[in-house]
Design a protein around this ligand. Sequence first.
Ligand code: NDP
Length: 475
Amino acid sequence: MIKIDNFINGEFYPCGEYLQGQNPASEAAFYQVANSSAIDVDSAIEAAEKSFYEWSTLDVEKRAEYLLALAKLIDENANHLAKLESLDTGKPLSLAKRVDIPRSAENFRFFAHAITQFASLSHPTPSSLNYTLKQPLGIVGCISPWNLPLYLLTWKIAPALAAGNCVIAKPSEMTPLTANELAHLSIEAGLPKGVLNIIHGKGSQCGEYLVGHSKIKAISFTGGTDTGKKIASRLAPMLTKYSLELGGKNAAVIFADCDYLSMLETTVRSSFTNQGEICLCTSRIFIEKTLYQQFITDFVEKVRALRIGKPLDDNTQVGALISKQHLQKVSHFVEKAMHNGGRVLCGGKAFNLEGKGYYYMPTVIEGLDAYDEVNQTEIFGPVVSIIPFEKEHEVITHVNSTTYGLATSLWTENLSRAHRLSAQIESGLVWVNCWMQRDLRTPFGGMKDSGMGREGGFDALDFFTEKKNICINFQ
Ligand code: NDP
């Protein structure tokens, strides 16, 4: 049984209480993770406080070197990290190898380079000079979810550290394994003690305490919208900075003039990668009526051909869902869809392998109105709903009808239409003729209930710094 302790001041500390960690594909309990209390969070904050001056005043080139060393160590340990990620989440090992782990290394590499280019402005006049410092905030909290554990945690930790902050990271209690490995790698990279601290445990316990701590200068949070709203309501009266990356109900909008084969292959991927457990996954497919029947036939055939299996098997394309509760949530929405008049074209069932595991078959539904609850609520699983449309203005109204606004894929070869509709779509990210094509320099985040603020590139470095203007009078 693996035991996961808190990482505080460069060392591993046992905790008073532990939670049981499970492999969602085999249902085997295979690790115990610290269930931290306020005392553990206080210790981490104390360590971070002691390290802040030295870290924040270190030359940026030197800080960048530490991040590059971490990136290199992640690359060197990629296979081991990918296996842990797959065991902890139920995602296919091949996906963790191809996406999660390389991207985690890339997050450190990217922000190591970005910080060296993070310039200040100066505004001279004949009689004065204004210049603006961008100073680290102090101790910041980074809270991440279970679906892309190391990928999303490092997406926060890397810019926070690069900008000179000390970090208290809180991974999801359901997926702490790779965060724990990162702690080990940070020791190997020689990261000064107390700069990165990792606290494990329940969000409702140590997470809430961290958020409300008066010494925390900012919270970067990725997770569900309800949790995000709770965090915002806690932080607003304290005037603590926050950035929220929340849920989505993403659409693919497909016009008959699109590159059909590319659209078809990408839409299968955008709907079912990571069992649909990516905040950017497509869950509503709006398709121009003239293409509807052909699309349904081809799409369902391709979805049926997806290889569902044990996450560690090389051939597996769809693995297990994160937990029994999540499986029940997904099942509940598919039952609701049928109750509301939807037709399940494929999938629609939970199943297990050799009597174990929280698997759900990739599911395609048609016949639901765009305003049906199933088309308005985030399911966060392998379920898509297909809705035909005839007119541009009609589909844009449908796309914008949810409370969410994270990502939309638009498929058309008509350039004017692509520009026109991209501007009208209410989502933080619009992909034209592609999906999840990421450039880490670009702002990442959602509108409406999908979040507040933007991560990525200099936006992330802006978030983790405070601007201070200094005016020098020459007269
Ligand atoms: P949750 O909101 O339940 O949890 C996210 C993190 O917050 C976890 O570490 C959790 O800890 C912690 N947490 C829970 N309650 C509190 C609290 N009161 N105070 C502080 N921390 C708390 O989300 P899930 O983990 O279920 O993740 C799925 C959600 O994340 C989906 O809605 C998905 O759309 C969204 N998401 C958004 C992304 C984006 O970029 N917009 C990317 C990926 C996911 P614990 O798990 O230990 O309870």
